[in-house]
Ligand binder design. Sequence first.
Ligand code: ZN
Length: 310
Amino acid sequence: MKKQWKEQIAGRDNLTENPKNVLQGTVAGYPVAVSLDPNSRKYRVAVAATSESDSINQRNDLLAEIKSTYAKVTEAVYQENEFVFSGPLIGKFAQEIRAVLDRMTAYLPMQGYRPCCGCCGETDFPPRLSSINGRFAMLCDTCYEQKTAHLEQNHQAKKARKGNLVTGLVGAFLGSLIGCVLWFGIYQLGYIAGIAGLVAAVCALKGYEMLGGKIDLKGMIISVVLAVVMLFFAHQLCLAKEIYDVFSTEYNITFADAFRSIPDFLEDSEVSIAFYRDLLIGYVLMAVASYSTIRSMYRNASGTYKTERY
Ligand SMILES: [Zn+2]
């Protein structure tokens, strides 16, 4: 990310960075939050404003105009009482955000918009920058508390639900099997399948949740470990296939023979280095691909949440 993005977005407006990668303040009196997510490499601009006189058609025209004018604005919507613009963190995104804010400051007062809470539209109390599971918005105290209470309720409800370890295990097994098939298939094409690792982990977790009724930390660990073990098995099948392909015509061996001979082949250092190297690369790719997905799946399934105000 370029260093000048803050200055470029803020322009002459009083927008300050708090917390990191989030600019907050007001633009022409309207509460604004610009958040940059370096992980997903996306930005999100929220402008809280409400109007009784603006028409939906006019507003839609404005949003369409902004989307077609600025290449780095891939989404422009008005929901609840908030204008939201988002897009990728590439190229001249900061200049474009600045231009959008300028366009908004021209449009909003003209159409009778007033600064408000981005959720309920309350205009009497100034909203505060709030983060609900990593999404930043300008919210009044009541909305913030309501959203937090709702998440807490959801968390308690999920916590109270009973899970079944045995059926969960079956689900995780079936789920990771899908990843194994993919691993084996992609390996035949000559690639090491990090994406198959992701599929195995995600399907194992989903399988555990579907058949086990709920997923908790224990279920999550079991699912991931199972996916790792199953991929080891899938990788052995890949080696067995190689052995079978090379020796089946000459020695008339079956696939099972080939599989049983794996330990003998792994005594050969050249074979074992290639075997474990590919496996390791696959696991590393799997870890990279799965990390954020698993984290958000777990958060979703267990109802854990994070809300904060700045
Ligand atoms: Zn509110």
